[in-house]
Design a binder for this molecule. Sequence first.
Ligand SMILES: Nc1nc2c(ncn2[C@@H]2O[C@H](COP(=O)(O)OP(=O)(O)OP(=O)(O)O)[C@@H](O)[C@H]2O)c(=O)[nH]1
Ligand SMILES: [Mg+2]
Length: 314
Amino acid sequence: MRTTDPGQLFEAATGGDRAALARIISLVERGSEAGAELSRMAFSHSHQAFTVGLTGAPGAGKSTLTNSLVEVMRRRGQEAAVLAIDPSSPFTGGAILGDRVRMQDHALDPGVYIRSMATRGHLGGLSVAVPETSRMLAAMGFPTIFIETVGVGQVEVEIAEEADTTVVVVNPGWGDAVQANKAGLMEIADVFVINKADRPGVRETRRDLESMLDMSEPGPWRPPILETVAQDGKGAEEVIEAVFAHHAFAESSGLAARRRQARLAKELSRLAQAMLARKVESLMAGEEFSAAVAEMNEGRLDPRTIANRLIGRL
Ligand SMILES: Nc1nc2c(ncn2[C@@H]2O[C@H](COP(=O)(O)OP(=O)(O)OP(=O)(O)O)[C@@H](O)[C@H]2O)c(=O)[nH]1
Ligand SMILES: [Mg+2]
């Protein structure tokens, strides 16, 4: 399918054409006009997907774990999509051979869609591109979407936080849980996973996590702490169980609905701010702007008066 017509692309992708879906996501990712139109189409679809954020320090095993979670989903006859936000992720094909071989298994599986994401000039950046892409995958019928982000940096942490259920991945060893806490991952976790449980220090890490949970405000949901050896798929079943248990809790307690609403509000605010910033930039490139600067320079008008006048015109 070589068309660039958004309507035709959308139709092809909903019919199962993966090349069309890949094109669509590239358009959305780039924030192009066609991408915006496609996002509107996806929004008007009523399909909703369950989004699972996975975050943690670089190299914690997020991709390997996601890989084994997808395997569990497939064994259960469920379809799943993966969005890997980290550019260094094995999903991009740039890394470890073992992961690539494993992902090739999934690559032949029509029930799995894996995509790495980077945003090049998208209006509002990742924080708008990710929800738009998630909705696209939901519109294509994927009931569950795993979103992997490195738990470093505010935007990445926010993206993980805005999933329906957030899994924080830590490793055994002294201080790892404390590091996660410092990175702001403690508050956003719905489920903790101690991955690389084949290594020493699991008990200490669990104790650290437990004591940090004890110190935090007790809520109706206490995040469970699970152990995995992601490479061997060990513990992956239990992680899926915990993730869906949290999902059920969130749906029945009203938490899911509250999160969805907060997420939409944030997305709208970011998008509006980005649009406004873009307009201001184009104003600043205009003649009127340079004339205004000249007026300020001569002391005839102050910046506030001029800014008000310019903004008023937007
Ligand atoms: N020993 C051991 N190694 C593991 C386990 N899970 C993953 N690894 C290894 O840890 C390394 C990093 O795994 P990734 O899955 O790429 O980690 P990641 O968190 O996705 O990394 P980034 O996306 O780069 O932040 C790889 O060499 C994996 O093979 C595990 O349970 N035990
Ligand atoms: Mg990764």
